[in-house]
Design a protein around this ligand. Sequence first.
Ligand code: GAP
Length: 476
Amino acid sequence: MTEPKNASAEAVADPNKPLKDLTDMQTMVSLCKRRGFIFQSSEIYGGINSCWDYGPLGIELKYAVKDAWWKNMTRQHDDVEGVDASILMHPRVWEASGHVENFTDPLVDCKKCKARHRADHLKPVKALEEKLGHLPSIEEMTKALEGANCPSCGSAGTLTPPRLFNMMFKTYMGPVADDANIVYLRPETAQGIFVNFRQVQETMRRKLPFGIAQIGKAFRNEITPGNFTFRTREFEQMEMQYFVTPGSDAAAFEKWKTERRAWHSSMGIRNSKLKFHEHGPNELAHYAKQACDIYYEFPIGWQEVEGIHNRSDYDLRRHTEFSGKSLQYTDEAANKFTPYVIETSVGCDRFVLAVLCDAYRANEDRVVMKFHPSLAPYKAAVFPLMKKDELVGPALKIYEDLRKTYKVDYDAAGSIGKRYRRHEEVGTPFCITIDYDGVADQTVTMRHRDTMAQERIPMARVQQYMEDAFKNWKME
Ligand code: GAP
């Protein structure tokens, strides 16, 4: 008998009843709000478009993702160092990087309904792109959109000609708001790494190849943000620049492609939901020589989660030119050259969204978030079967012990079935229940989130049991 004594019938949902994947984003938005993962920003004021706040469980998940990425980069790779550069940088950085000139999207407005669209996302432009085999020029887009319908209101011929819109957020440094004081919120964290290349290399006495990793906020004034946290104007990136000798860049690119995809799988993302997307010559960003994205199949379709780029010597060369300070490297044979860079860049928020979407399984009876245990916000929940002193005391003791190692919840409210449901929905791998039999013989029941199986084990073994289970965890 492994069931906690007196467990009510509702505790027993059918483990053999199939569970389905997530099919629409709105379901995820609602779950995240209901269960404290992600809230709309400034909600009491009606919210602000495309801005989201992580709630108590969301931030646990996000920190777990960042921690996993950071440890992978800077511990499992002994040739990667970390930095944390400031968001505001010298404005010349963005001239050197090419963002002032090139970080633009073509924008059109509907004169009738005032809706704003990205011209390159509109059907006539997409059709032309398909025909030409490359992104049409602004002139070609203008022609293609003559007489086109606005996708929002359907009116014909109301779209303005496309104009290029720079996506960097501008602000002013200091009290005077004039052009001399313009600074930008960084649109990618990478530049904070490039400008520190020399200092990191020298202080850490690094030889090529080596990498520099960083996690931090980036800002883009996106024309069409949306799909929950998929595309926002403020987001976090986890980027790593790997500096190599020219000529070894192609091999390093392949190595990082393989490593990064393996990392996504190690975070529990199903392989069937991941694929590579190689960029064609017309998709490449202004800095890239070669690029490959890792795509995840969201309910909105296959979309980029991570970009892996061969940035050549573009950035270090440009910063050398613009700053007048050499960012060249001298190798052991006294050859001087500008290193090439292989970049891996994953959106932290977008990856968290992929984790949430991938974990979701549901049927009419229950919703289960099948997080990899290393990412689950709570590692376990401890329940006294009933709110009786004889059960509460030992339950609290187990909770206090586990809390030293793991984030654990203690829950004594409501029926045991409701407590199981609540913790399935936030992805807690184990529910630990203490009943009268258990107090008598010093045992607990461990309930497994994924199989709903229950096992009675000695109280003293709970922690070791969890540790072993997490080490050997098999995702479906
Ligand atoms: N430093 C290279 C770089 O920034 P990117 O492909 O523009 O490359 C890298 O961005 C990753 O950042 C994307 O794969 C995506 O996960 C994330 N990202 C980019 N724009 C985003 C946005 N508006 N909202 C959320 N995540 C975004």
